[in-house]
Design a protein around this ligand. Structure first.
Ligand code: ARG
Length: 246
């Protein structure tokens, strides 16, 4: 009887929300966006976003499982319930806010241009009539649409940013427009590619946030608690330094 009682007590404790370990949330990430998210040799998702969200989860009292998910349709995984969080260097935009909810911002970014080292491009306006590769549906895609017009035949869209960069390397386009951190990281780590970075003061500030299904207030509160805590106790700064220096 003692044993049975112990087993019953144990199962009651396990089933009780008070004693339950943190819930595990499924995290969608397009792991082709170093240094924010990429796959290492062991096929694990690694990067700044991973370190930050794991730290956020530890403080917010939940667990996360990162799942490499194609960018195209990544936000739809929230409404279908396949994923709980999108952590993918996602810029908070008014348009996206209509169909999903965002955490507090955790990173400031902006657009940046990559061109061949010999290119004469010195500013964004120079791309007006040139061929530009972007990742479909990103904020990079949006700014180039603003410059060239939505239906411009000179915008070449790719399902990932590495594919867009590949097109630049093979000479199919004159430039790539993507987030500054990713462009700077690629150019610095691929010296043999003979690319250079072109900045432009017209690019607006963007802020990355974690996206959740519209109305998922409970999860959003946990994430925001975590973000606040890691910013307050120095954890965020440590991770930032690890990836971007002082
Ligand atoms: N920040 C940009 C956006 O939200 C690009 C994000 C792309 N992220 C990725 N993991 N591919 O549109």
């Amino acid at each position: 009887f003692g044993k049975l009682f112990a087993a019953l007590t144990a199962s009651v404790i396990l089933a009780s929300p008070v004693f339950a370990a943190g819930k595990t949330y499924q995290v969608a990430t397009d792991a082709s966006y170093a240094p924010f998210e990429s796959m290492n040799d062991k096929k694990e998702v690694v990067g700044f976003d991973v370190d930050v969200l794991k730290a956020v989860a530890a403080k917010g009292g939940f667990d996360v499982k990162f799942i490499n998910t194609p960018w195209e349709g990544i936000f739809a995984t929230l409404s279908t319930g396949d994923r709980d969080i999108v952590s993918s260097a996602v810029t908070i935009t008014d348009e996206r806010k209509q169909s999903m909810d965002f955490s507090e911002p955790y990173f400031e970014a902006k657009q940046m241009i990559a061109v061949s080292a010999s290119s004469k491009v010195t500013k964004f306006a120079d791309l007006k009539n040139l061929k530009v590769a972007v990742q479909t549906g990103t904020t990079g895609d949006e700014v180039v649409q603003k410059l060239q017009g939505k239906t411009s035949p000179n915008i070449k869209r790719f399902e990932s940013t590495p594919l867009a960069i590949q097109e630049l390397l093979s000479g199919g386009v004159d430039a790539v427009v993507a987030d500054n951190g990713v462009v700077i990281n690629y150019v610095a780590n691929n010296k043999g590619a003979k690319l250079k970075v072109v900045d432009d003061s017209s690019f607006a500030k963007e802020y990355y946030g974690y996206a959740v299904k519209k109305g998922n207030k409970d999860l959003l509160a946990k994430i925001n608690t975590g973000i606040k805590a890691i910013k307050a106790d120095g954890t965020y700064d440590k991770i930032y330094k690890k990836y971007f220096g002082a």
